[in-house]
Design a protein around this ligand. Structure first.
Ligand code: MRU
Length: 373
């Protein structure tokens, strides 16, 4: 997508110069655009932990690159396989909920399993990282292609701008390009379908306010930022036509983990008979799990993210302010699970399906015989 008119991706990676990889530091948006170099495995792991990069697909892409950087450091060592296995363990500890992290690391481990030298392993790792990055772009573009029809159909029925509500940032900043939830929005918008997006601010880290509002604005998509609790009211008054969110992990039965607060939007959508869709690449599906509420690990982060807010002051400085009594404890659950029964459908790179095992297996029949958990 574009920043100030310049085509940009969230991660710059050239397999011929893996040491030059850099990512957009998302902690600094929307106030400044800063590129963070990732010279080694430890910096890549730190970038995921500290949410320099975030969003399930981008976490996966960065982990794949982290593995390539570990392979680069170990390419002349005898125990290169040991070093690569250790790198996988380090990356797996960074964030627990997004399964794309596990998926990307498993891809990299499989790529080097039969390598006899560090140099060969390094070659495989850098090329596979580039493929994972490129595949993410293609998959998100396909999600957009399949999902834009939902918006086009509503416009054909109503003849007025389509109001889409989204939560968190499942935009191109959460991926390499296009986004998941935003890909249908961008593609419908680019086709000239009139639309408007309600952007949940998404406390505590405000990914909606900081990131989704920014990237929609850069693309010229009409949008309005709302406090997190506003969606239900808008739905009751006919001001939402469609909800589209992303996912960090979707079970084989269609339960969806996504940013905390997603479940409440799904409940409100159900009560108002509104379509609630989840857009995700297949790398976000955990085929080993069935019951999302019981089985998906939910990240808990520092209470500081709830108790403090940061932003730009009127004088232009970036500052962090305490918004509650200093002594009050705070809980910070990063994600919640929306049961499949509340999800109208899933939008994947292979098309739309019901949020159910049958629906997913209809699109991904190769998963049928495996991992029945
Ligand atoms: C296309 S990204 C889907 C999800 O990863 C996104 O909605 C989300 O919850 C991101 O959470 P974050 O904590 O910012 O990594």
């Amino acid at each position: 997508m574009k920043i100030a008119g310049v085509v940009t991706r969230t991660i710059r990676f050239d397999p011929d110069r893996p040491e030059a990889v850099a990512v957009i530091d998302q902690r600094q948006l929307p106030h400044q655009l800063v590129w963070q170099p990732l010279p080694d495995l430890e910096t890549a792991a730190w970038a995921i932990e500290e949410m320099v990069v975030r969003g399930a697909p981008l976490i996966g892409a960065t982990a794949a690159v982290g593995m390539a950087l570990a392979g680069m450091a170990a390419r002349s060592t005898a125990d290169f396989q040991g070093a690569i296995a250790e790198a996988a363990q380090r990356l797996l500890k960074t964030r627990p909920t997004a399964v794309n992290l596990h998926w990307a690391i498993a891809q990299q481990l499989a790529a080097v399993a039969d390598c006899q030298s560090g140099a060969a392993a390094f070659d495989r790792l850098r090329l596979r990282a580039a493929e994972i990055i490129e595949a993410d772009v293609q998959q998100c573009a396909q999600i957009g292609h399949h999902g834009q029809r939902l918006i086009a159909d509503i416009y054909a029925q109503t003849g007025r701008p389509v109001n889409v509500l989204t939560h968190c940032n499942a935009g191109w900043l959460a991926c390499v390009d296009w986004g998941t939830a935003t890909a249908p929005i961008y593609q419908a918008f680019d086709q000239g379908i009139p639309l408007h997006v309600w952007v949940d601010e998404t406390r505590p880290r405000n990914q909606g306010a900081k990131l989704t509002a920014w990237e929609l604005g850069q693309h010229g998509v009409p949008h309005t930022l709302i406090a997190d609790n506003t969606g239900g009211h808008l739905m009751q008054h006919g001001l939402v036509d469609l909800v589209i969110v992303g996912s960090d992990r979707t079970t084989r039965c269609g339960d969806v983990a996504n940013k905390i607060g997603t479940y409440l939007k799904a409940l409100a959508a159900k009560d108002n008979d509104l379509p609630f869709y989840v857009a995700l690449p297949s790398s976000t599906i955990d085929w080993t799990l069935r019951d999302g509420v019981r089985e998906i690990p939910i990240e808990q982060r520092s209470d500081r993210e709830v108790k403090y807010m940061d932003g730009r002051t009127e004088s232009g400085a970036i500052a962090s302010v305490l918004i509650c009594p200093e002594a009050s404890p705070a809980a910070n659950y990063g994600f919640d699970v929306t049961p499949a029964r509340l999800v109208t459908g899933l939008i994947t790179e292979r098309g739309l399906c019901a949020a159910s095992e049958a629906g997913l297996l209809g699109l991904f029949p190769e998963q049928g015989a495996q991992n029945h958990g």
